[in-house]
Design a protein around this ligand. Structure first.
Ligand code: ADP
Ligand code: MG
Length: 553
């Protein structure tokens, strides 16, 4: 059956007749699949797929030879399809939406490139209506001319600017190589010379125009030979404890934010496309008011006034320091290898208790062991590195492996000066030694199942049963598509009370990484982006009424 025949038949009938569209329609250049039809004009839009077999898409095998190239190619195609879809809206031809990202290159299910070079585009389409009746001819124009012709048509290799496409796809090779170098050479991050770190504004992740380009300090500079771009010199941050210091407004937080985002890949011309950070780096903030369920906080928090134990701690509303301690311990539980902290976003009493305070407030009257006393054993005993952006707190000089000083956005190595200052300055006493092994929680099934009432409410909020869960403190949750994926994975989350949280979440993620459609039980939405283990875990950690079977010490 042809699409035109179905639409001619249902033209002018009530909107529900659009259901007859569900199915597959073959064209010489690909197949249009109507996967889900909206019940009425005001319901969430219908989902339509366009599939091009490898020979129909026509991409040379080189362009999809590796998994990373496929992700980059798919990302590029998703953006093209999204632009073509937007132009339809502007011309008043109808509403078609293709999910595509911001500055990050991520696996998404709006557009997939298969290992054999086949391409699948999935979009949301509002099927046209007049009142509540079917507009058959307009629907035909929208699906056949516009979606098939213009949107899907923009994806064939023959229609693409080859140089731009090659640049986009082969950047993936350089990133793969550089990520391997981070691992081999023991770096937490690499920031290439010439990188543009500041963004356009707080609301836009596009590069700032006219920014001072990054210039690596000679003491920390290293050169990598990338397979495509050739030699690139940049700042290599070794593992261990690193401080980013400098006066206010000299670019500390900007550098730290760039490192946070370096766990992801970026589009060409982003300014950070070769700025890479260990994928297991986690930003940890103070998050006054967050819920904490059964976390062993004893590394940072001894018994609280009133005899509250902290080895199995829970609260509906944590303080600044407690929340930051929980954020760190939960990240470690999931396997974080690098912690990223900004003094701006941290609790002061969590970072340090300085020499004067030590003199006046007795140690046994202070339940908090500040991070400054744990950050070295965390590295030396647990192999977890820390990068801290600091403007006011020099007590970390005594525990740092290296200190990068930013002056008007230009970094230089100030390790020796900082060491000398620490040796001469007022000494605080260390208040702890060692870092206990992180405890693994074993989740089990919740008593009441919120079932279908779990959904993303926006880029950083999810609805979970009757409650809203705030994810706005997760600086590394970067796309609404990730939040949607997180919400739908949590909706399906189940555990048998026998395996540790990390194992359960890794398994869920492996399943959806293989096919993002599996986030949803119906497998239809086309607007998921792959989240990281850490943000998925962080969302789980903030849910109400978590059921934890036991703690493995
Ligand atoms: P700090 O954390 O040291 O106080 P920020 O990182 O917040 O400083 O930077 C202060 C301001 O300088 C921000 O508005 C930021 O966008 C801008 N900025 C940061 N780096 C650069 C740069 N390389 N070129 C131009 N402006 C920059
Ligand atoms: Mg700052």
């Amino acid at each position: 059956m042809h699409l035109s025949e179905v639409l001619a038949r249902i033209d002018g009938r009530s909107y529900a007749a659009y259901r007859e569209l569900a199915g597959r329609f073959a064209y010489p250049e690909g197949e249009l699949v109507v996967e889900r039809v909206q019940a009425d004009p005001f319901a969430p839009p219908s989902r339509v797929c366009f599939r091009l077999a490898a020979n129909q898409a026509g991409f040379p095998a080189e362009l999809f030879a590796t998994a990373s190239r496929r992700v980059a190619l798919a990302d590029y195609l998703a953006r093209r399809a999204a632009r073509a879809a937007q132009s339809l809206g502007r011309e008043g031809r109808g509403r078609v939406v293709v999910d595509c990202g911001g500055q990050e290159v991520l696996p998404r299910n709006s557009l997939r490139v298969e290992a054999d070079g086949a391409v699948r585009l999935r979009c949301a389409v509002e099927l046209p209506a007049k009142g509540r009746t079917v507009l058959g001819r307009r629907a035909l124009r929208l699906l056949e001319e516009d979606l098939r012709g213009r949107v899907a048509g923009s994806l064939r290799y023959a229609a693409l600017p080859r140089e731009e496409l090659a640049r986009w796809v082969y950047l993936a090779d350089d990133r793969d190589f550089l990520r391997g170098e981070l691992e081999r050479r023991g770096w937490v991050a690499f920031v290439p010379g010439g990188a543009v770190l500041p963004r356009e504004s707080g609301r836009s992740q596009r590069p700032m125009a006219g920014a001072v380009a990054f210039f690596p300090p000679p003491e920390l500079a290293a050169t990598v030979r990338l397979p495509r771009a050739g030699p690139v010199r940049g700042m290599a941050l070794p593992r261990g404890v690193t401080l980013l210091i400098g006066g206010g407004f000299h670019g500390k937080s900007t550098l730290l934010s760039a490192l946070e985002r370096g766990v992801y890949d970026h589009v060409p011309d982003d300014g950070r496309e070769l700025l890479l950070t260990d994928r297991d780096a986690v930003k940890v903030r103070a998050e006054d008011g967050r819920r904490v369920t059964r976390v062993d906080l004893s590394a940072f928090l001894a018994q609280l006034p009133g005899g509250v134990e902290t080895a199995d701690f829970a609260t509906e509303s944590a303080s600044g320091s407690t929340s930051q301690a929980a954020n760190i311990l939960e990240a470690l539980e999931l396997g974080a290898r690098v912690l990223l902290l900004d003094e701006d976003k941290s609790a002061g009493n969590f970072l340090v208790r300085d020499a004067l305070m030590q003199r006046v407030v007795a140690k046994d009257q202070e339940p908090i062991t500040p991070l400054v006393d744990r950050v070295r054993p965390l590295w030396e005993e647990r192999g977890v590195s820390t990068v801290l952006a600091l403007g006011g707190c020099g007590d970390y000089f005594a525990v740092a492996d290296r200190v990068v000083l930013l002056e008007e956005y230009r970094p230089r190595d100030a390790t020796q000066e900082a060491r000398a200052a620490a040796a001469a300055g007022p000494a605080r006493r260390s208040e702890a030694s060692g870092f206990p092994a992180p405890v693994a929680r074993v989740p089990c099934r919740r008593g009441d199942d919120p079932g279908r009432r779990v959904s993303a409410l926006g880029p950083d909020r999810i609805r979970y049963g009757r409650e809203e869960v705030d994810l706005s403190f997760l600086d590394q949750l970067v796309e609404p598509g990730q939040t949607r994926a997180v919400a739908d994975i949590l909706r399906r989350f189940d555990a048998d009370g026998r395996r540790p949280l990390r194992e359960v979440l890794v398994e869920f993620l492996a399943e959806v990484a293989a096919d993002l459609d599996r986030c949803s039980p119906q497998g239809v939405p086309g607007d998921y982006a792959l989240p990281r283990l850490y943000e998925l875990g962080a969302a789980w950690n903030r849910l109400p009424d978590l059921a934890v079977a036991q703690l493995l010490r």
